[in-house]
Design a binder for this molecule. Sequence first.
Ligand SMILES: NC(=O)c1ccc[n+]([C@@H]2O[C@H](COP(=O)([O-])OP(=O)(O)OC[C@H]3O[C@@H](n4cnc5c(N)ncnc54)[C@H](OP(=O)(O)O)[C@@H]3O)[C@@H](O)[C@H]2O)c1
Length: 318
Amino acid sequence: MNSRPSPRDCVALTGATGFVGGHLLRRLTAAGWQVRALTRRPAALDPGEAVIPVVGDLESEAALAELVTGATAVVHCAGLVAARSAAEFQQVNAEGTARLLRATTSSATPPRFLLISSLAAREPQLSAYAASKRRAEEILCDRMAGHAWQVLRPPVVYGPGDRATLPLFRQCARGLVLRPAGEGRFSMLYVEDLADAVTALLAQDAPAGRIMELDDGKADGYGWEEVLATAERQLGRRVRSLAVPRPVQRLAAALGSLGAAATGRPAMLSQGKVNEIAHPDWVCRNGLLGDCISWRAAVGLDEGFSNTAAWYKAAGWL
Ligand SMILES: NC(=O)c1ccc[n+]([C@@H]2O[C@H](COP(=O)([O-])OP(=O)(O)OC[C@H]3O[C@@H](n4cnc5c(N)ncnc54)[C@H](OP(=O)(O)O)[C@@H]3O)[C@@H](O)[C@H]2O)c1
């Protein structure tokens, strides 16, 4: 069944000032939802009549209670993708989820809970990030037993506004990409398709208690050669690549960690991230989402790359 929310139906959203959450916010309000958005930075929130800011963070129990009370659904997208320590990943990604779940389950009829996890949660032994995302899923399964919940595990997400894949686009535009050595394969997903999947999931009667991987429909994912060939087609220029061996990645991560310790900022390339990069199989395959609802990704890599590069250029990022 596909239904449009009534004007009073409200989604409680976390992470709305971030890359994925910003797209979710726009897509949900466009679909007719009123969105209550938890934020530490209300000025950074996309304004709109249908958006109600709730000022606070995942540590603030009062703000979390205000966020979820009376909501039809909770979409939990806030999280750290880089942190200064394993403890910080756990504190925000796992314990923050636990606190939000405590607020959610304090009502007799808890709202439906949708967790934006990560494909990384499939391999929790690889990194502190992956372990924290897996722990969040486990806490959710435990605390929401008997209630309506779903987990989405996106692969690499890219699109307008993304700072994580910006360096790759910049290297492509310069014609030389430093890529990891090895033959790993990975799925990808354009951010607006992820936002559409969340919106479709909320509008349809999907079975509860599912952990679902989702991608752009490319059955065996991509290797670096295909990504670089796409970049060449879309940028209209030759793109060469240099394969960086793992010991060099490890050295770069060690230097990055020293820099991070000195500046107090998280390193983008950690030893855990090197482990994730070295993992040969980041291809989504459980296909459960397609069995549950009538969503299919609409944007393939060529179109997604072209849209993203155009957005970066217009924003002066590229
Ligand atoms: N991007 C990807 O490729 C990808 C792939 C798979 C899964 N995911 C998942 O998608 C989610 C969003 O990722 P993203 O790429 O959009 O990251 P992002 O741009 O860094 O956004 C993170 C969001 O979480 C908020 N946040 C962080 N710590 C918080 C805290 N303690 N309390 C309240 N809010 C907090 C941030 O708020 P501020 O703006 O105030 O910092 C921001 O709104 C994450 O859970 C990530 O694991 C992302």
